[in-house]
Design a protein around this ligand. Structure first.
Ligand SMILES: Nc1ncnc2c1ncn2[C@@H]1O[C@H](COP(=O)(O)OP(=O)(O)OP(=O)(O)O)[C@@H](O)[C@H]1O
Length: 699
């Protein structure tokens, strides 16, 4: 064995001794947690109510603690700091103390761990040597050191390895995003630890770790002020369901379950939309002018509703025609009134008009006005009329009205341009909303208001026995521990923190939707304007975003290194974005594979076969996942070409779903169509998804 190899083995063995101590202590803690749970159950047999409550609390906390211990078992210790002064510190996924309450490992989120991420040779912050410890399970497999302050290094201090970051980046991509807790870089750490209040804005080009930073920031906030952020809740919003699935494992791997993940299509209660509109249609649907369009809709008569009211009262015909009914409805709906909440005003309007008529007709034996109204209110024909004339409207009902060409024209004329109105024809499919429609549904919900509803039954992980909530099985306990922080009504609006990823694609109407849920929140907003697919009015967009974020203080951060793409792949993506933004500052891609992207041009008839071959070859060449990116309208067609390939490492997505995603190999189908339909910026996104191999197939 060479000297260097021997040194490395000795250092690994030294770290292994510490790691073993940590796991031994962890086992004791786990046993203690289990004992606490048991003790909780013993209390149950004491039988009085106070003991039962105490038992619940004990079981709950013990289960939660055990859950955390289990979640963070893998690679628990990943760093070590040798400082100029003070004891050696080990950094890990959670803090563990020995029997004397001395720290064996400090939590990566703790202030003392900040130096692990922020120290550099130029600014060592008291750190002499920073050591990254790589493990598999409980076994230390490698060590990488940075000597940050050579002058302060004690005699005999050894330094091994050459770059944990690059070693990590070269590893294959799995189905889901991985946490980067062991290799967070200084500029990223500053954004992660930015103040908990106000708005933290993180920008940076493709692959600079914006998503990773946003998720680690959520974990950091939960650690630094648990009662505030777990109590109020953190909502993380991403562009698509595919993306949310991709990032879903990061927070649990950091031991955090307390954040709620949503795609822009799944924010509104009872709605899950995955379908996207063509970019031009989405720009119209996302414009704030749609508020005026919707406002006209919510004031309109319902389709197939009654056009007049005829009532025989004491032998006399009372009648209100279309114009009168419309006027009554309009009077009952002054600016700002919510249709579902002012139904009573509509009914009063009818009573007034009918009473006036009855008096004018000099009906014999006419009772008092109150009795007259009581008479009408009890009549089935009058009640039927009311139900048809002023029904309780759900947002989806009103949105469906826009599928009717005549109504669409009436609501949009003078607000949208002719071509914009044409774009919206056929763009609303009743019962099948698109992602952009969800923000319209939310707006309609706000405009219509809600009649009071009976409370919905929540799924409860506790069993209720004799009025006492209890958990009985291990699975129940786990679920109860997890659920306690995340159980909230579906239309919950009091989040303590909102994280918006890929924020460059949030439309003005979507900002309103998010703003409604973050009125009390602090925010983390990450994005890259260069990757924006938004083709609508930029000033309107900026205004809507500012409105949602309010006057809160802004903290801005920019990330500058692309950790995802090989330099060869990013060079091709850079060419595309420079065509539309010549002066743009792009991140630096740090890793080179020596393999340039392959750009194929084919006859259209050869595209299916060539795509199949390219995908098969990529599956051979890379260890991790392969993404096939297709133009939006062709996704299913392209997927059908690939049915014979193994599906476990292959994913077919549209150019819009590719937002935020990452694959080791990418086959990009028909880039020219993507450019034409969704613009060069969306093509730029598609070109910057691959870590190792990229093939483009132009027809
Ligand atoms: N400090 C780091 N250590 C290791 N890997 C990192 C680090 N920072 C980022 N990465 C990796 O780089 C890749 C890109 O990160 P991420 O997806 O967060 O970038 P992004 O800025 O959101 O990209 P995009 O804007 O293109 O969606 C991920 O695989 C992430 O794990």
């Amino acid at each position: 064995m060479s000297d260097a190899a021997t040194t490395l083995q000795q250092e690994i063995a030294a770290e292994q001794r510490h790691v073993d101590r940590v796991y031994a202590r962890l086992a004791e803690l786990r046993q203690a947690a289990a004992r606490a749970e048991k003790e909780g159950y013993r209390l149950a047999r004491v039988g009085n109510f106070g003991a039962l409550v105490e038992r619940d609390a004990m079981v709950f906390h013990a289960a939660r603690r055990r859950h955390a211990l289990d979640a963070e078992h893998e690679g628990l210790v990943f760093g070590r700091l040798d400082l100029r002064e003070g004891p050696v510190l080990h950094v890990g996924r959670l803090g563990v103390r020995d029997e004397e309450a001395q720290p064996l490992v400090i939590d990566w989120r703790a202030p003392a761990a900040a130096a692990f991420y922020q120290a550099t040779a130029a600014d060592p912050r008291g750190v002499v040597r920073r050591r990254m410890i790589q493990s598999s399970g409980e076994k230390v497999t490698n060590i990488e050191d940075d000597l940050l302050d050579p002058a302060a290094a004690p005699e005999g201090m050894r330094v091994v390895g050459d770059g944990a970051l690059l070693a990590t980046l070269a590893k294959a991509t799995g189905r889901g995003m991985r946490d980067i807790v062991a290799t967070i870089q200084r500029e990223q750490d500053q954004a992660i630890r930015s103040p908990a209040s106000g708005v933290t804005i993180v920008s940076g080009g493709p692959g600079t770790g914006k998503t990773a930073v946003a998720l680690h920031r959520a974990a950091y906030l939960l650690y630094s002020d648990r009662s505030r952020f777990a109590g109020g809740g953190i909502m993380v919003v991403g562009p698509s369901g595919v993306f949310v699935e991709y990032i879903a494992a990061v927070l649990p791997s950091l031991g955090e379950e307390a954040a709620t993940l949503h795609s822009l299509g799944s924010i509104v209660e009872d709605v899950t939309a995955a379908r996207t509109d063509p970019t031009a249609v989405a720009a119209v649907k996302g414009s704030l002018r749609m508020r005026r369009v919707l406002d006209r809709a919510v004031r309109d008569a319902v389709p197939n509703g009654p056009t007049d009211l005829r009532l025989l009262y004491r032998g006399d015909l009372l009648r209100l025609g279309t114009a009168e009914l419309d006027a009554i409805r309009a009077r009952a709906l002054p600016r700002g009134a919510r249709r579902n909440e002012v139904r009573r005003a509509g009914i009063d309007g009818l009573f007034e008009a009918l009473w006036a008529q009855a008096q004018a007709h000099k009906i014999g034996g006419l009772p008092s006005q109150i009795e007259f109204e009581d008479d009408l209110a009890e009549r089935p024909d009058f009640r039927d009329f009311l139900r048809a004339w002023w029904p309780r409207l759900a947002p989806r009902h009103v949105l469906a009205w826009l599928a009717d060409p005549a109504r669409l024209r009436a609501y949009t004329s003078g607000i949208l341009s002719g071509p914009e109105i044409a774009l919206l024809a056929d763009a609303f499919v009743p019962g099948d909303p698109t992602v952009a429609d969800v923000a319209l549904l939310d707006e309609l919900d706000e405009m219509l208001g809600r009649p009071p509803q009976p409370a919905r039954k929540q799924r409860d992980p506790f069993h209720v026995v004799d009025g006492v909530r209890e958990v009985s099985t291990y699975a129940d306990r786990q679920r109860a521990a997890r659920a306690a922080a995340v159980r909230r009504p579906d239309d919950y609006r009091e989040y303590a923190h909102v994280v918006v990823d890929e924020s460059q694609d949030v439309s003005p109407m979507q900002w309103r939707m998010l703003g409604r849920r973050g009125r009390l929140a602090s925010w983390t907003v990450v994005g890259d304007p260069a990757q924006s697919a938004w083709t609508g009015d930029p000033t309107e967009l900026a205004r809507a975003r500012d409105r949602a974020l309010g006057s809160r203080r802004r903290h801005e951060f920019t990330l500058t290194t692309n950790y995802r793409n090989s330099a060869e792949i990013f060079a091709l993506a850079a060419e595309v974005i420079r065509e539309v933004s010549p002066g743009i500052t792009l991140p630096r891609a740090v890793r080179s594979t020596g393999v340039p992207p392959e750009q194929l041009t084919l006859a259209p008839a050869d595209l299916p076969d060539a795509t199949r071959k390219a995908a098969a070859r990529l599956l051979d060449e890379v260890e991790g996942t392969v993404g096939v990116i297709a133009p939006v309208p062709r996704r299913d067609e392209v997927a059908a070409w690939l049915t014979e390939l193994p599906a476990d490492r292959l994913q077919v997505v549209t150019s819009l779903q590719a937002k935020g995603m990452e694959y080791d190999g990418v086959a990009l189908v028909a880039p020219e169509e993507i450019r034409k339909e969704d613009g060069a910026r969306t093509l730029y996104v598609a070109l910057s998804r691959a870590t190792q191999r990229l093939v483009t197939l132009s027809a």
